[in-house]
Design a protein around this ligand. Structure first.
Ligand SMILES: [Zn+2]
Length: 358
């Protein structure tokens, strides 16, 4: 199994290893009938979760570098947190090493978490996370491509920095660039993390040396039953061919040209639930489709540098920043109107383990 194929289960470590159906390779490239979905009925209803890739500013169009990044946008975090407060939403800030190296980053996320306004998770950007033992390259920007000991050392450093500096023990992990792989499972389990949210279902990064999640489900499933849950980012298909989307999107219409033709003709379009590059009307359509699909947890995400002007391709002007805030306000209102309440990593963890708690 290659790293690009993702996690695999090691049933001997499973809480319920005696269950024969545990032997499946849950992040294989096979179709979704190989995935064991988690029972989240204890959540009571469909919910949504807001995950924030909380990370340094860097030039997205330049090669990866250990230097030259900034964390200036952190000054804009309180405004976003206040918006979440007003809507009763506790975002999960998936923080990386540069954020934990900035006293303001530590102060903000710590106070939000300690005041029960937000959660803190882990996000690994290996190129700016010690130890620095690898060559900085496109390939090595996916942590799953590193030697397993180095992926482990980086993740352990980051985890310890978060615990020491914030006083919070995180539950959730997201690999930067969605780069989770075969060895990630052991590392997460050993650190005591119980939720992975690295899978961007219906996206394929293999051309760039990253994972292929084309056939991964959007619904949460077990990587290790009872101990490690996968909570994919939510992406839906719309259009007349949407029920076939999982099959055809990657294979028959692999090129960007074919994809935009399909989208323009209303045949098939992929909608990622993020304000970054997805206009409000599309996002609302995508949310309605996710509700229709009965996705138990609608997982919205974006990158924190988009909260200030000039740091990501999506927010280059004040007007685009206003649009971003309008997007959030409208999306939160729409979810509220549709009866979809927010949830948290902690609630999801408890709900997923509920079948064993009763
Ligand atoms: Zn990132």
């Amino acid at each position: 199994m290659t790293a690009a194929q993702g996690f695999e289960t090691k049933s001997e470590n499973d809480m319920l290893a005696q269950r024969a159906d545990d032997k499946k390779s849950v992040l294989s490239t096979d179709y979704s009938d190989n995935f064991e979905f988690a029972d989240l009925t204890a959540l009571g209803s469909q919910r949504f979760l807001l995950t924030v890739d909380t990370e340094e500013e860097f030039d997205w169009s330049s090669p990866f570098s250990r230097q030259g990044y900034g964390t200036k946008h952190l000054a804009a975090l309180p405004k976003f947190q206040e918006l979440c407060d007003r809507h009763g939403i506790k975002p999960c800030y998936l923080v990386d090493y540069p954020i934990m190296d900035d006293p303001l980053g530590v102060e903000l996320v710590s106070s939000y978490a300690h005041n029960n306004r937000a959660e803190i998770g882990v996000q690994l950007h290996p190129w700016v996370n010690p130890p620095f033992d690898e060559i900085v390259s496109h390939h090595n920007s996916y942590a799953c491509n590193l030697p397993p000991e180095l992926e482990r050392a980086k993740l352990t450093n980051l985890f310890n920095a978060i615990v020491e500096r914030t006083g919070i023990t995180p539950d959730a992990y997201r690999a930067g660039r969605y780069g989770a792989g075969t060895h990630t499972t052991d590392i997460l389990t050993d650190l005591g993390l119980s939720i992975d949210t690295s899978v961007r279902a219906r996206f394929d990064y293999s051309e760039q040396g990253g994972p292929d999640y084309t056939h991964h489900p959007v619904s949460p499933y077990w990587i290790r039953k009872g101990s490690l849950l996968e909570l994919p980012l939510t992406t839906v298909f719309s259009g007349a061919m949407r029920s076939a989307g999982n099959v055809v999107f990657g294979e028959w219409f692999g090129s960007q040209v074919a994809r935009s033709m399909l989208a323009r003709s209303n045949m098939l379009e992929r909608i990622a639930l993020t304000p970054e590059g997805i206009p409000l009307a599309k996002a609302l359509e995508g949310i309605d489709l996710a509700i229709e699909e009965r996705v138990p947890v609608i997982n919205l995400s974006f990158h924190s540098p988009s909260l200030a002007v000039g740091y990501t391709p999506y927010v280059r002007t004040e007007e685009q920043l206003d649009d971003l805030y309008a997007w959030f306000s409208n999306v939160f209102q729409h979810l509220h109107d549709r009866g979809i309440r927010p949830t948290t990593m902690a609630e999801i963890k408890t709900a997923s383990q509920f079948p064993w708690l009763v």
